[in-house]
Design a protein around this ligand. Structure first.
Ligand code: HEM
Length: 128
């Protein structure tokens, strides 16, 4: 059940990311779509990480210390890098919106990093 919710929300986030990328040159559409993807992803992350704790099951993805599993470690690492890249994109995106267009090349570079890690995290979600 928990996994189904996480898969649905993550898939929705991926769709929002691609929709946002398709309109990357139109900030009025691009920005809300990317923020929506971020929000959906963070809700999915919170559900996956916190719900098992409330249910008394102490083995969420981050329960790495209890029982080492390569699949969980790899997925958690990729997902963490994706979250960092999200934050970098938000910070630089806000700078561009303020008129500091010199941050656009950096925003584009990090877009590639973000996409690679977000898609890898999505793929490895099915291995945990
Ligand atoms: C992970 C999330 C994001 C990705 C992958 C991403 C990706 C991109 C890409 C590839 C472009 C370049 C479009 C082009 O000129 O070819 C772009 C432009 C831009 N992005 Fe993002 N973006 C993200 C999030 C955000 C956020 C959160 C903001 C604002 C807070 C933002 C603001 C902008 C702005 C203002 C532009 C310039 C649009 C223009 O005037 O040409 N982006 N983004």
């Amino acid at each position: 059940m928990l996994n189904t919710v996480a898969i649905i929300l993550s898939s929705l986030a991926i769709l929002l990311i691609f929709a946002g990328l398709a309109v990357a040159r139109r900030p009025k559409r691009h920005v809300p779509l990317m923020y929506a993807a971020f929000a959906v992803d963070m809700i999915a992350l919170a559900i996956v990480e916190l719900a098992p704790l409330f249910q008394g099951d102490v083995d969420p993805v981050s329960g790495l210390a209890r029982e080492f599993e390569w699949a969980k470690t790899i997925h958690a690492t990729l997902a963490t890098i994706a979250v960092i890249a999200y934050i970098v994109q938000i910070v630089n995106g806000r700078r561009i919106l303020r008129g500091e267009r010199q941050f656009l090349p950096r925003h584009k570079r990090w877009a590639k990093i973000f996409l690679v890690f977000r898609l890898l995290a999505y793929g490895t979600m099915f291995t945990v």
